[in-house]
Design a protein around this ligand. Structure first.
Ligand code: C2E
Ligand code: CA
Ligand code: CA
Length: 730
């Protein structure tokens, strides 16, 4: 399985990137909006300020123009010129100009000077000046008057200037008093020219009315530019600012901004919440991806049924120990236990996979509960478990615990199952770990633990490895021998208990010409079973035995059948085919089955036995008394014959109870109408006992060793000899 490390990491980065881009885009958008609003506000403020400044400047200009208009009207006047050049000039001036200065809204001060600058009349607010106008207005007064006297008539500028008088700021203008029309009668003499000067003070009421008519609120006069206010300068004769009209900006943009500010704040808040949401969603997505990654990794390294580590995790763990475990000076031992359960297949086959799963899960739980903390437990599949211990004080101590924890009675629902198992165990110091070697060593040890009869712990040592290799070599030779039909068959006679005459033979496989020398069936039969060669071997024996014994009519033939062969559903068909091919009478054939198959695969055994019996073949329970097969099994599986194991016979001379047990066994079988063969009879005593107890067929060296076909023929079926029994060993 490939971990999705790379993929999820890339997706995580993409999610982060999208979230960051969103937040960035949102922030930029917000900044642009705020910047624009600010620019709109500033622009609106500036435009309004400019308008107000223009309006104020225009107001000032209008005031000056108005003042100049009055000045011009009064100074350019035939009557004025004429009266000023008369004796009653002063009264005329007072009558016409100064008196009005008291109530006139357009000017408040009137000064008339002669050609040499001497003041003729000077009034302010209808009251005569007590001081000279030059003192009242300052030096600019003389300059303004002087400028008026030099003015040509068509100067376009308005000659009204700002002057700071003792009464405040005033707009002041001067003009020579001249006749409006060229008078024919009088020649205009320079010395007859008087100058009229009028002034208007920008008093608060004046400023107020200016403010109202030009809609500029807060307008006031000041003598310096006012910071923070809008200013329009009022300039003197030389163009220098004398004073300022100042007023606060209306800041319409700011006011507009104030009105939309709350909306903007709400908008900004929404945006912030939105972006925060995106950020949060991004974080959640990233966390989810991280969790996915973690659970994918968990799934990749764990067994889903038990929650234990799996094979891949075991490999990673060992690799990790090899890399880091050796750092403590190589002191730490790495131990590997392999546990293989018995009976799991049986539970699976007879009670279904759910029960099998429950069994495995229960054993897993027991291992977890029964082993010390820090021990690494993995399920490798099926009923195989693996336990790694790092740094145990005494190697092998945990291996016993593993077996103890896993085996015993397990309750599945109402059922009780006796769980057994084998443990193979190997260890190596951490700095010399080779994972492949360690796994192989533990595996070899497990193999031998099973071989020794289960329920055992075997620790690997080098010799085991050699046995294993020898076995593999043997397998190869056996395979080759079977290809060449090189397995031979010997026939051991079976004799009637009453007449001691041959009534049949048991076919026994022999492997005499192996490159490894003669190998007994006790060795090569299990090898064939494990290597998957037993089906072929069994059929070869059966075929040859039928071919060789078939011609001796009425002689029964017993052939051994391995439990493994019975698992082949087509076994009965194959037997039938061989008999048919040789025209062999099925009633002459007895197949001998050992108890193992009954315990491990009872249902299969029942079916196979039924199929064989349907062919007319007899079935015998072999090796009875050497294991756990019960009398009950005889009936349950409908055996035709019972073969009492030679170990029971061998006990007769040694153990007093052996006789009664043998007797009871034969009696029980006979009571169920099941015939009994006693094998391994070596002495007359044994033969007599067996006969006495009621068995009908005897087998053993007392009568004959297993013989070749030729020996058998010569001894029992040869033409000159009558079919009679000869004592073996003679
Ligand atoms: P088994 O089926 O119990 O066969 C009887 C064994 O007892 C034979 O050993 C036989 O030589 C031996 N025997 C016979 N009489 C005596 C006696 O008086 N004293 C002693 N001590 N032994 C006696 P063998 O031929 O070495 O076979 C051993 C086992 O190998 C057989 O035990 C059988 O289980 C298995 N076997 C042999 N041939 C075949 C075969 O073709 N197929 C299968 N599946 N198993 C076979
Ligand atoms: Ca047998
Ligand atoms: Ca036997």
């Amino acid at each position: 399985m490939v971990l999705p490390d790379f993929d999820t990491r890339r997706r995580r980065r993409a999610v982060l990137l999208v979230a960051v881009l969103f937040i960035l885009a949102g922030s930029i958008f917000a900044a642009i909006v705020f910047r624009s609003v600010d620019a709109i506000k500033d622009t609106a403020n500036r435009i309004d300020d400019e308008r107000a400044i223009d309006a104020t400047a225009a107001a000032v200009d209008a005031l000056r123009t108005q003042l100049y208009g009055i000045l011009h009207d009064n100074a350019t006047w035939d009557g004025a010129y004429k009266h000023l050049n008369s004796i009653n000039r002063k009264y005329w001036i007072i009558d016409n100009w100064t008196v009005t200065s008291a109530q006139n809204a357009l000017y408040d001060t009137v000064v008339v000077t002669d050609a040499r600058g001497k003041v003729i009349v000077a009034y302010k607010d209808g009251v005569e000046f007590t001081q000279s106008p030059s003192a009242f207005f300052g030096a600019d007064f003389d300059r303004i008057v002087g400028a008026a006297n030099q003015r040509s008539g068509n100067d376009p500028a308005v000659p009204v200037y700002a002057v700071r008088s003792q009464a405040g700021l005033a707009l002041v203008g001067s003009s020579q008093i001249r006749p409006a029309s060229a008078m024919a009668t009088t020649r205009i003499e320079e010395r007859n020219l008087y100058t009229l000067t009028i002034a208007r003070h920008l008093t608060p009421p004046v400023v107020q009315s200016l403010s109202e008519s030009f809609r500029i609120s807060g307008l006031r006069v000041s003598y310096a530019r006012q910071e923070g206010l809008l200013n329009v300068p009022l300039v003197d004769l030389r163009g220098h600012p004398v004073a300022f009209l100042s007023w606060p900006s209306k800041l319409p943009g700011s006011h507009a901004f104030e009105t939309v500010k709350s909306h903007l704040i709400v908008g900004a808040a929404v945006l912030v919440v939105f972006l925060a949401g995106i950020g949060l969603a991004g974080l959640v997505a990233v966390r989810k991806l991280r969790q996915d990654e973690a659970s994918a990794r968990h799934a990749a390294l764990h067994d889903p049924l038990t929650g234990l580590w799996n094979r891949r995790a075991l490999m990673e763990h060992l690799a990790d120990l090899g890399e880091h475990g050796g750092e403590d000076g190589g002191e730490g031992l790495i131990e590997l236990c392999l546990l293989d359960l018995d009976g799991f297949k049986r539970v699976n086959d007879s009670w279904g996979h759910a029960a099998g799963d429950e069994l495995i899960a229960t054993v897993a739980g027991r291992l977890q509960a029964g082993l010390p903390e820090g021990v690494f437990i993995a399920r490798l599949g099926g009923d195989e478990f693996s336990i790694v211990i790092h740094g145990a004080e005494r190697p092998g101590s945990v291996a016993e615990d593993v077996l103890a924890a896993a085996t015993g009675i397990i309750h599945l629902g109402s059922r009780q199952i006796q769980v057994a198992g084998s443990v193979g165990h190997a260890y190596v110091s951490a700095d010399r770990l080779d994972i492949g070697d360690l796994m192989r060593a533990a595996d070899v040890a497990l193999y031998h633990a099973k071989d020794l009869g289960r329920g055992r712990v075997v620790t690997f040592d080098g010799a085991l490895d050699k046995i294993r290799r020898d076995t593999m070599v043997m397998e190869q030779h056996l395979r080759a021998t079977l290809m060449g039909e090189g397995i031979e068959v010997r026939y051991q006679p079976l004799v009637g208990a009453s007449d001691q005459k041959i009534c049949g033979v048991e076919a026994l496989a022999r492997w005499t010409r192996s490159p490894l020398g003669t190998i007994t069936p006790d060795v090569f039969i299990p090898v064939a079973e494990r290597a998957g060669l037993i089906d072929e071997l069994g059929l070869q024996v059966l075929r040859r035995a039928i071919a060789e014994i078939g011609r001796f009519e009425k002689v029964g033939l017993c052939v051994n059948v391995s439990p493994v062969q019975l698992q082949d559903h087509a076994f009965a068909d194959k037997v039938a085919a061989i008999m048919r091919a040789a025209a062999f009478d099925p009633s002459r054939l007895t197949l001998e089955i050992t108890e193992g198959v009954l315990i491990n695969h009872p249902e299969q055994a029942r079916q196979a036995i039924a199929a064989l019996k349907a062919l007319g073949v007899s079935v015998a329970l072999d090796d009875f008394g050497s294991g756990f097969a019960s009398i009950g099994a005889l009936r349950e599986f409908a055996f035709d014959r019972l073969k009492v194991d030679k170990s029971l016979v061998a006990m007769l001379a040694m153990d007093e109870s052996a006789g009664p047990v043998l007797q009871a066994t034969i009696a029980l079988a006979n009571a169920m109408d099941i015939a009994v063969t006693v094998e391994g009879i070596e002495t007359e005593l044994q033969a007599r006992a067996a006969r006495l107890y009621g068995c009908d067929v005897l087998q053993g060296y007392l009568f004959s060793r297993p013989l070749t076909n030729e020996e058998l023929t010569a001894r029992y079926f040869g033409p000159p000899l009558a079919i009679s029994l000869r004592k073996a060993g003679g």
